[in-house]
Design a protein around this ligand. Sequence first.
Ligand code: HSE
Length: 408
Amino acid sequence: MKKKLTIGLFGFGVVGQGLYNVLSQTQGVKAEIKRIVIKDKTKTRSLPSELFTTNKEDVLNDPSIDIVVELINDHVAAFDIVKEAVTRGKHVVTANKRMLAENLEEIYSLQQQYGKSILYEGSVCGSIPIIRNLEEYYDNDLLTSIEGIFNGSTNYILTKVFEEKKSYADALVKAQELGFAETDPALDVEGYDPKFKLVIAIAHTFGVFVQPHQVINIGIDKISETDLKYAKENNLSIKLVARAFKQGTKVFGFVAPQFIEQHHPLASIRNEYNAVLVEGAFAEKQTFVGKGAGSYPTGSAVLSDVSALTYGYCYEYKKRLQHEPLTFSNDLLVEAVVSFEKEIPITIHDFEKFKSGYAANSKQLLCGLVSLEKLKTWSALPGVSVVLAPNAEFKVSVREKTSVLEVA
Ligand code: HSE
């Protein structure tokens, strides 16, 4: 039986306004926003001033408010709001991927302890309904991998650079203007934002809680002219890919740019669109595509969580109970293309299996299987760019065992 719900909203930025608008236009969801907590009361607002307050107690202390929707930027303050809301008997909906990724295990425990839901569909890939599908639709499938484009801003930038020959800097400014980029866009272009989303997805795909600092992220900020030339000569594009897969009792996961062949399912994903490719033992490969950033698309995912609360939905973190506990590992060899200034001391001997390479002018380009940890170190060096090879091979490191993984 659907219940009418009263919402206290924290934050009225891009997503908060999106939620307000989709909520006023939707027919089906029985919910109304009673108060909106904001930081700056002097800003001109599009709604009556009595809706707004700068005092969080106006929401947290109001017994008529059933749900706190947390859509602020500050991940530390956001976690405080979530904790206070749940301990005071309110359900929470949030889209704060960093806050969730850094505190997911505690968020899981808070829900068990207080019997309240914390839902966060909008935190991973905007409008794509992935968390609830992982929880419910793939309830009993044996999921083996999840990968895709988990960041709208970088996909927008790469689309503009590849298809419209725009400069990287101009495309980034446009992504900021359109409200896709984070307040600190380094979180997007250095691959942190998709990493936070991957951490959340890993919990619902494999039942493993992993801390963001354990997951390696390589961004698109170092992509070089050599990479663009290599892509053009080989009819490839570049996408920032987040991926996690399971082998035996280990889960591997990382974010890195990758050369993508034209027939690959990610090749046609353009602008702020995201895509998630899920693979399970029974359903096999499935692809979800949708807008990964923006006011209405993310607002629609938040709305869907509010709607789910009208019938008492909560995540059960089902994969935690379905198999022997899995552990997260970075002991992986990855096939990558590394381009760098000639004087940088990277050689073919650094590669576990060297495949090809060339030197031209002051640049070198080497391709082969190399440890993920080494790639992370190289990607932090000035003048070095790391892009995974098209259809990259992944191999569990010799420290573990050496079977080749079949991951597209
Ligand atoms: N900055 C994020 C992105 C917003 O570009 O995908 C949506 O999470």
